[in-house]
Ligand binder design. Structure first.
Ligand code: ADP
Ligand code: ZN
Ligand code: MG
Length: 490
């Protein structure tokens, strides 16, 4: 039996979480990795299949060049070394969604090794090293809940190209893990190599986590968590698992190396199977595929077309447009949002106003219309040029800031351009002195009591009187002019 004092010491011991992530990103290609079948999501089951991806005997895989190009692009953007020669390997296991009995992957010689991703965590910069990025094919999908007592297999996904991006165990908290994932997804989106859609499974993550006594160098026993379908799920599952392992260790127990599944409804992880090891898979070089040779010229070409990524763009938005860091952060998280912003600012040079409209109203609408999960600029309700023109109308005092909302909503509903809307609805601001003086006179004679209060020194009443004039002009009066006229008349 443990002595009470020992158990107290154990309970007081503090542990440091250690986290490493394995991301499977679907590479954006029209066709699969080793055959010509479509990679489209959501088609009828088994529609996008052929003898190659169904694993018929005697067929031969033919490598899709785009898959390699996109993986090199990702490797370069994350500062990896690109192997001039890499190799395809068979990873052998049995499962009904894997008709060949093996998955074509890379094992000993992956295409990319040893890069890193810089992540901002709470304003500080944190470097997460990458172990490797390799290419592989996806498996099919077993469907269990359609026909009572038997399961079905859909092979549309079989042979869809994936990149597996493996990090070193460099993260120390669930928040860091979440920030790393968001940064990585943003990089893939900027590179246009993956659409980053977690719900549709084109960006998936397995999380590895262990605890070790604070100050220790040696890594503790890790648990791998699967079934993480959102960033929130990753963070919550890690929090749960850190707590669970902490309790096991504090009670003097040992964490067992295993794979656990996240249950998003119960918000717990459950043991799925004991850990499998590499030797269980009997990896060996695939005899159907030649070693992959990459020449410097191709790498150079890809390197020359690398786009500016979110981190650099964020800094440029601060320097070039004078945006606050917060705005620059939000506007550069996605490439299409940043593109939209820059297009609007090119049309009318008022970056802060454009940023405000984007971050406020446009994002709200996108969310309401569920366009934010898969942002595609073509499907946005308001074109960048129209948003810019609307801001310009406000800046030129053609419409009031308040009525700009009306114009914005109308653009959303009808897709018309702002000039047409202003004209049609008669929203032009009244800046004509004569008309405004008449309106002010009418208000002054109707509000004698307030006028008296103002003259007795109660200056706050001015706001009320301005409001009355605005009301009388249905919001179209130029408020600054109303203010001046009122003051002079009072
Ligand atoms: P496995 O052989 O189980 O696949 P790997 O060494 O390939 O393990 O690592 C898989 C992932 O787990 C990597 O992202 C790595 O950073 C992470 N990892 C490895 N060891 C630990 C550990 N002790 N604690 C947390 N994460 C770990
Ligand atoms: Zn096929
Ligand atoms: Mg591994």
């Amino acid at each position: 039996m443990r002595s009470p004092s020992l158990s107290v010491t154990c309970r007081r011991m503090s542990y440091e979480p250690v986290i490493g992530l394995e991301v499977h990103a679907q590479i954006l290609t029209e066709s699969k990795i080793f055959c010509g079948c479509s990679t489209r999501f959501g088609d009828a089951p088994n529609r996008n299949t052929c003898p190659v991806c169904m694993g018929f005997p005697g067929v031969l895989p033919v490598l899709n060049r785009k898959v390699v190009e996109h993986t090199i692009r990702t490797g370069l953007a994350t500062h990896c070394a690109i192997a001039r020669q890499s190799r395809w390997a068979r990873k052998n296991y049995f499962y009904p969604d894997l008709p060949k009995g093996y998955q074509i992957s890379q094992y000993e010689l992956p295409l990319c090794t040893g890069g890193h991703v810089d992540v901002s965590v709470d304003g500080a910069s944190k470097r997460v090293r990458l172990t490797r990025i390799h290419m592989e094919e996806d498996a099919g999908k077993n469907i269990h809940d359609v026909r009572g007592d038997h399961s079905l297999v859909d092979l549309n996904r079989a042979g869809v190209p994936l990149m597996e991006i493996v990090s070193e165990p460099d993260m120390r908290s669930p928040v860091e893990a979440g920030d790393y994932l968001r940064t990585l997804r943003s990089i893939l989106e900027y590179l246009e190599v993956c659409d980053g859609n977690m719900e549709e499974g084109s960006f998936r993550c397995d999380a590895n986590v262990s605890l070790r006594p604070e100050g220790d160098e040696e890594l503790g026993v890790k648990v791998e968590i699967k079934n993480l379908n959102s960033f929130k799920a990753v963070e919550k599952a890690l929090e749960y698992e850190i707590r669970r392992q902490g309790e096991v260790l504090s009670e003097g127990g040992a964490v067992s190396q295993e794979t656990r599944l996240w249950d998003p409804d119960a918000e717990v992880t459950r043991a799925m199977r004991t850990k499998e090891f590499a030797h269980d898979y009997r990896y060996f070089p695939d005899p159907d595929l030649l070693p992959l040779e990459i020449d410097d010229e191709w790498i150079g070409e890809i390197h020359a077309t690398l786009p500016e990524l979110a981190r650099e763009r964020r800094q440029r938005f601060i320097d070039e447009y004078g945006l606050p860091a917060y705005d620059a952060d939000i506007l550069t998280q996605r490439r299409d949002v940043a593109d939209y912003f820059e297009e609007a600012v090119k049309a009318h040079d008022n970056p802060k106003a454009v940023a405000n409209w984007l971050m406020g109203d446009l994002f709200r609408v996108l969310k309401e219309r569920k366009l934010d999960a898969a942002l595609r600029i073509e499907s946005w309700p308001v074109a960048a040029g129209d948003l810019a023109r609307m801001v310009q109308l406000v800046d030129e005092s053609t419409i009031s800031g308040k009525l700009a909302k009306t114009v914005f909503n109308e653009m959303l509903e009808t897709g018309k351009d702002p000039d047409a809307i202003v004209k049609e609805k008669g929203l032009e601001q009244v800046s004509d002195t004569g008309a405004l003086e008449t309106a002010v006179d009418e208000v002054l004679s109707a509000c004698e009591a307030q006028v008296a209060e103002y003259r007795a020194g109660k200056e706050k009443v001015l706001g009320f009187l301005v409001g009355q004039v605005m009301k009388a002009t249905r919001g179209k009066a130029n408020p600054q002019m109303v203010n001046e006229i009122l003051r002079s008349k009072l």
